[in-house]
Design a protein around this ligand. Structure first.
Ligand code: BGC
Length: 458
């Protein structure tokens, strides 16, 4: 788990950049609810995140995602930033409740037209549009009916996906289906840190299968429509035991199974890991589901932020493990441990566990928040972010040198944006955003990433 100490070098030349020459691709990401603002514009319906932000005390700084970057109205500014940055691709998400305000029925044309214009602007700037169909904004109506606990939600999602693919699939040729089902399951339904803020513990686990089924259905729609490349994006963490004691080892194995294997085994092995020993019931699988879920994808998206150290359960705790600090690691503004070598281990671990069943990997998100002012008089010299990004890009090069097949790197995030339950208190952007005026100011990390991309292509 130990990593090399970070070297703080704002110059673009990375040790291993030669391993990341074209066709290796560079990207930046955002998500609809985090950047769009304009909650009531153009017939948009309510999502579980509207319900979350409207719950007093739920968001740390009391903010509501408004206006934030206001990208619903200012996407041309985002495209100009992407153009100058020189990224190959832009990962953004399509808001379900803009397209289907109540979660079902016909499409809201105004919303699809706006996304269609964004796609055209991106293509005009030479940036490949790479939308995510679901980045956490479930329509409130569907949550009222049980949300991802209900099998039916997967089919509602497929209907929504079909509308988007039909409208944009002539120009959009790359699709992420679902973002980080693990976060929705564990943080959204099990412990309630994220929307829909339910605290069901292990009763949350049917949401795993229903999200993976939703992925399988949407992937099939992309295939049937001949709409290009498609895959899911999961969050992975490197898990290690706090000590060599059998209790800590067993707890770490349980957490690894829950966070990592539960979400990836069905994609690549066509079956769920057996978690019966943890008291976790079987997934609600119907005939044919696993065949659909394990249909090969064109790529596998891996989001990585930090490793996890796990110890035995605390006395009286309702879960069979405890999450512990990573000894000696520097931390981000969020308090997340910075251990780039853990990304190398995650990538090699996926390779060794899934072998040839694993398609080429895209790092779909990676980045760090640090304490930065809400208003900016000039350029923010975010050398810590540069060091974080540089070290993680090196970690990918290391993994590729040792047999991984990573084809793309995506920075989270292009913009400072609404960081879910943390509101505007955590900033991940390459570009500073004043969340009151929506003014965008590139940080030093933006210029660094721009120069890095240029050098990688030279
Ligand atoms: C999510 C992003 C989020 C980021 C930082 C990822 O898990 O996909 O929406 O902003 O982490 O917390």
């Amino acid at each position: 788990m130990a990593s090399d100490p970070l070297t703080l070098d704002p110059a673009p030349s990375l040790r291993r950049l030669t391993l990341l020459r074209p066709p290796f691709r560079w990207s930046a990401a955002t998500a609809a609810f985090q950047i769009e603002g304009a909650r009531s514009a153009d017939g948009r319906g309510r999502s579980i995140w509207d319900d979350f932000v409207d719950t007093p005390g739920a968001v740390k700084d009391g903010s509501t995602a408004e206006p934030g970057p206001d990208s619903w109205r200012r996407s041309a500014e985002d495209v100009a930033l992407l153009d100058r940055l020189g990224v190959d691709r832009y990962r953004f998400s399509v808001s379900w409740t803009r397209v289907q305000p109540g979660g079902r029925g016909g499409a809201n044309r105004a919303a699809l037209d706006t996304y269609s214009r964004l796609v055209d602007e991106l293509l005009g700037a030479g940036v490949t549009p790479f939308p995510t169909l679901y980045h956490w904004d479930l329509p409130s109506e569907l949550e009222t009916e049980g949300g991802w606990l209900q099998r039916e939600t997967a089919f509602r999602f497929a209907d929504f996906a079909a509308l988007v693919i039909e409208a944009l699939g002539d120009r959009v040729r790359h699709w992420y289906t679902i973002n980080e089902p693990v976060s929705t399951t564990l943080q959204g339904y099990a412990i309630g840190e994220l929307a829909p803020a339910r605290q069901l513990l292990f009763d949350a686990l049917p949401t795993v299968h229903h999200q993976l089924l939703a992925h399988g259905l949407a992937q099939q729609i992309v295939r049937d429509a001949d709409a290009g490349q498609v895959g899911i994006v999961n969050n992975h963490t490197h898990v290690s035991a706090a000590t060599a004691s059998p209790e800590d080892q067993a707890a770490a194995a349980a957490y690894d199974a829950l966070h990592n294997h539960l979400f990836a085994d069905p994609l690549f092995f066509g079956e769920y890991p057996d978690l019966g020993a943890l008291g976790i019931p079987e997934q609600p699988v119907h005939d044919g589901d696993l065949a659909l879920i394990s249909e090969p994808s064109d790529f596998y998206g891996v989001n990585f932020y930090n490793p996890t150290v796990v110890g035995a359960a605390l006395p009286e705790a309702p879960i069979p493990f405890s999450l512990q600090p990573v000894p000696g690691a520097d931390v981000t503004g969020f308090g997340w441990p910075i251990v780039p070598a853990a990304l190398t281990e995650v990538l090699l671990g996926l390779r060794s566990r899934y072998g040839d069943a694993l398609p080429p990997v895209i790092v779909g998100e990676n980045g760090a928040s640090f304490s930065e002012p809400s208003r900016s008089a000039g350029r923010i010299e975010d050398t810590e972010r540069i060091a974080y990004l540089a070290a993680h890009i090196e970690a990918i090069a290391d993994a590729n040198e040792r047999g991984a097949d990573v084809r793309e790197y995506t920075v989270w995030s292009l913009l400072d944006n609404f960081e879910w339950a943390e509101g505007f208190s955590q900033r991940f952007g390459l570009v500073h955003v004043d969340h009151e005026t929506s003014q965008r100011t590139p940080k030093a990390s933006y210029e660094w990433y721009r120069a890095l991309i240029e050098e990688a292509r030279a």
